[in-house]
Design a protein around this ligand. Structure first.
Ligand code: HEC
Ligand code: HEC
Length: 344
């Protein structure tokens, strides 16, 4: 199976290294665990790919993102505004707690009237760097994404006319929107302001300092964890600025993750968008930034700890049973992806 089949050629080129993913995984398995040889190099690499570590990139300086501070401030207000929900009970922040890694510590979030959702809430931090939004990539932009929770019966269960009516009664908010946007308070501007706020949620970490050349930013154990992350082939999927968020991949590449489990509609992932049988169980590879703060893990919240999540990844994505010391070092590395000054 080849989950990349559906990618537009432009994306393929932009990602540049997608073809190499398979080779890297295969090479990592061969080099590190000769017995495992987990994957065939289905797609030959378009160009030499000698250092998988080169696929990871540091976050850009927020000053270079060209964000409008007034719009960011409006978006921040709305992100915390329960009037977006039908009964004024919950806000975006209810399921994306900015003090808890921007995600939800509950396996599934609860929407209005306590309606449980179907999938674990991912982090909004650094979401501006994902190539699409949602586990299945069904929203192309952060602006589009906002329509999701508004309409979802297990989230805000609302609609734009009702929201605009409520917000329109708020003179202060309307004035602020008129100052920030030529056409004032409109659904499109509400979406834009929220997206602009999310784009500002950038969390530089010690690992970014390390990538930029500060060799002391990571201790020896963490550096060893980073080396393992590349050698095992984690970096083939979790790559780019977000250490994830830039390609789709199947959960269970080398071993059937869903065997013996009851498959729910949300487990079908990208298939729900494309209806291509090859896209079953294919998800956007999640960003690993701040991952130490966002337990439980996976779309189905099936892993309670980072140790467990790492072991599951090695087993189902790479065909490897990790020795405990490697698992510990990988976790030590992942902890360096926490934004400095956040959480811990
Ligand atoms: C009731 C809980 C809940 C509320 C309220 C909620 N979200 Fe979410 N959010 C989720 C869940 C669950 C997902 C994953 C859904 C999926 O992928 O199918 C998600 C996904 C996202 C994503 C995609 C991140 C990624 O990595 O793909 C973004 C961005 C986001 N939400 C922002 C918002 C914003 C902005 C609001 C308010 C307008 C909001 N959310 C309201 C639970 C919630
Ligand atoms: C073949 C691609 C691929 C490889 C290789 C891979 N991952 Fe993943 N990873 C994914 C996908 C896809 C998911 C999302 C799965 C889901 O939740 O359905 C994921 C999820 C995760 C998560 C959970 C993130 C969250 O927020 O829930 C962690 C942690 C993780 N990977 C770490 C690793 C580590 C460490 C390695 C190497 C041992 C690795 N991954 C190798 C594709 C991959």
């Amino acid at each position: 199976m080849n989950p990349f089949k559906k990618m537009e050629p432009g994306l393929w080129l932009r990602q540049g290294r997608i073809g190499a993913v398979w080779l890297v995984i295969a090479l990592a398995g061969w080099w590190f665990y000769p017995a495992a040889t987990p994957l065939k190099a289905e797609a030959a690499p378009a160009r030499p790919f000698s250092d998988p570590g080169a696929t990871l990139a540091a976050l850009p300086d927020i000053g270079l993102l060209g964000l409008n501070p007034e719009r960011v401030a409006l978006g921040k207000r709305l992100f915390h505004d329960p009037r977006l929900s039908a009964d004024n009970s919950i806000a975006c922040a209810s399921c994306h707690d900015l003090g808890k890694g921007g995600a939800d510590p509950r396996p599934v979030s609860l929407g209005v009237a306590g309606h449980p959702g179907v999938i674990n809430s991912p982090s909004v931090y650094n979401s501006g760097f994902n190539f699409s939004q949602f586990w299945d990539g069904r929203a192309a932009t952060l602006e589009d994404q906002v329509n999701g929770p508004i309409a979802s019966q297990t989230e805000f269960a609302s609609d734009w006319p009702s929201i605009m009516k409520k917000l329109g009664h708020d003179g202060d908010l309307s004035t602020a929107f008129r100052k920030a946007y030529a056409d004032g308070l409109t659904p499109a501007n509400v979406r834009h302001a929220i997206a602009e706020f999310e784009r500002s949620l950038v969390t530089p970490s010690r690992f970014d300092r390390f990538l930029k050349g500060d060799g002391k930013a990571l201790n020896e154990t963490e550096q060893h964890g980073y080396a393992l992350f590349r050698r095992y082939g984690c970096a083939a999927c979790h790559q780019g600025i977000n250490i994830g968020g830039n390609l789709y991949q199947r959960l269970g590449v080398v071993k059937d993750y869903f065997q013996g489990k009851t498959v729910k509609p949300a487990d079908l992932g990208r298939y729900n968008v494309t209806h291509d049988p090859e896209d079953r169980y294919v998800f956007k590879v999640p960003s690993l930034r701040n991952v130490a703060l966002t337990a439980p893990y996976f779309h189905d919240a099936s892993a309670a700890t980072l140790e467990e999540a790492v072991a599951v990844m090695a087993r189902y994505q790479l065909g490897v049973e990790l020795p405990p010391e490697d698992r510990a070092d990988l976790v030590a590395f992942l902890k360096t992806l926490t934004g400095e000054g956040m959480g811990s």
